[in-house]
Design a protein around this ligand. Structure first.
Ligand code: SAH
Length: 246
């Protein structure tokens, strides 16, 4: 009898294997085929022995999903790999959308992971102790007008703000505009944490201010956390008070 195929959508966590859920490792072990973006495949090399590995470039998300479903229909167990959590700017949404469109009845299991902002927050101290908003500055798939509106409203609402995809080689003005918008609502002394390659090789953790954040290197391997009006920093530790009478 033909084996039943299945797709696992896996979050491999921020980088270090110690921060990967055992459920993700188990699913990778069970898989015949592993599909993902090259950089992430490199992070899970130790689990790939004897498996078919299909690594692809960026911006091939829909093709990757189609391929995962096709292979599962042939009876294979397939892992589709995202960094961090697959449900946060990862592959879970696209895979489920493609599955819906194909009216496929292939079993899909989403396995969560530690997302970049959780890993970064732990490295910075405790910046997310109160309400926070996560905003991606990538305007590849979202209108820049809408992103600016969300930044402004999160600024007005005094949310701690975490920025994913803050800046790339070809996309540099968004982080500058974001700083400008937020300076309308917050002082330039507002603490800002910058984490590059959190829990990966080349990790950099910087605590700075809203006024000076652009003096530090920010790129696509970086997450930026901007404090709210109560966030403090001391000795490179960022704390957003929860409100306890301490
Ligand atoms: N699904 C991923 C996010 C993918 S979007 C997750 O849940 O973490 C890609 C963005 O995530 C990057 O541009 C960067 O802003 C952030 N990111 C992912 N891994 C990171 C890490 N180890 N350190 C810092 N930022 C990271």
């Amino acid at each position: 009898m033909k084996k039943n195929g299945k797709v696992f959508v896996i979050g491999i966590g921020p980088g270090d294997e110690a921060y990967r859920a055992p459920a993700a490792t188990r699913a990778l072990m069970k898989s015949d085929t592993i599909i993902g973006y090259k950089t992430y495949i490199e992070l899970i090399e130790e689990t790939l022995e004897g498996k078919e590995v299909i690594d692809s470039g960026m911006r091939k998300e829909v093709e990757r999903c189609q391929l995962a479903l096709t292979l599962a229909e042939e009876g294979k167990v397939v892992s589709l790999v995202s960094s961090g959590d697959p449900g946060i700017y990862g592959m879970a949404g696209a895979l489920l959308q493609v599955k819906q469109q194909r009216q496929s009845d292939i079993e899909v299991e989403v396995i969560p992971g530690i997302t970049a902002v959780s890993a970064a927050a732990a490295l910075l101290g405790a910046p997310l102790m109160h309400d926070f908003a996560v905003i991606s500055l990538s305007d590849l798939l979202t209108d820049w007008e809408l992103i600016q509106k969300r930044v402004a409203l999160a600024g007005e609402g005094d949310f701690v703000i975490a920025l994913y995809n803050p800046k790339s080689k070809g996309r540099t003005i968004q982080i500058e505009e974001t700083q400008k918008i937020l300076l309308k609502y917050r002082s330039k002394e507002t603490p800002v944490g910058i984490v590059k390659n959190g829990t990966r090789q080349g990790e950099v953790v910087i605590v700075t201010t809203l006024g000076e954040m652009l003096l530090h290197p920010i790129d696509m391997l970086t997450v930026v956390i901007i404090g709210n009006s109560h966030t403090t920093m001391m000795n490179d530790v960022m704390i957003t008070p929860r409100g306890y009478g301490i």
